[in-house]
Design a protein around this ligand. Sequence first.
Ligand SMILES: C[S@@+](CC[C@H](N)C(=O)[O-])C[C@H]1O[C@@H](n2cnc3c(N)ncnc32)[C@H](O)[C@@H]1O
Length: 237
Amino acid sequence: MTDSIDSAIVKKEYPRRIMTFMRRSSAYTASQQKGIDDYGTYYLLETEARQFDQQQVFGRHAPLTVEIGFGMGFSLVEMALAAPERDFIGIEIHPNGLAQICYEAGERQLKNLRIIDGDALLMLEHYFTDASIDTVQLYFADPWPKKKHHKRRFVQLHHMQLIRQKLKLGGVFHAATDWEHYALWMLDILEASEGYTNMMGKGQFSPRPDYRPLTKFEMRGQNLGHGVWDVLFHKTA
Ligand SMILES: C[S@@+](CC[C@H](N)C(=O)[O-])C[C@H]1O[C@@H](n2cnc3c(N)ncnc32)[C@H](O)[C@@H]1O
């Protein structure tokens, strides 16, 4: 455990229903309105009263990546375009982001991407079957910098066990952050999480894998000398 991390906070089991996000929305832009009107029915998955069936949704069984909190979705669309041999599902609660990704994907006629409107924790728990996901990715998640809000960070011991349950054996959890304290926190939590192994070796961050697009936000940060940390763990038990 690094000195900078409050181990009491990391170790404590928080109740499930603490929100990892703040609800916010604004009026749709013209492209977001078009995204919902023209492409929403195709891309938004119906998650009530059913479980995810890859054959039914994508018409095939391909390696499956699930992204938690894709924001506006630009990098997820880029990834889906670059890897037509994989299927992608993005989960987000921000209405403008959901509408924007529908627009971006629809205009490109992307077939290997679908999205879910909802809390990723609930969706992972109820919609996805166990051992069904190849990769779970969490890019630039809200860092919740104040100590009293650390319990709202997505990466927590019990959330990692939920993700482990949904990953296939050998499946990957990949997170990236530009917030150093959260980066160290993630490393600590994941090293302490049963069933995971650091793909880079104990205590090591990963260089950015080629398949993770460099976002404008990240490039701007890099130009200002900010760091970015990637953590890559796989499910080994
Ligand atoms: C800081 S933004 C980063 C967005 C994007 N990944 C990026 O790199 O630009 C974090 C996003 O995660 C979403 N989010 C946080 N917790 C979530 C949850 N439990 N389920 C779904 N989305 C969540 C928020 O709504 C927000 O859009």
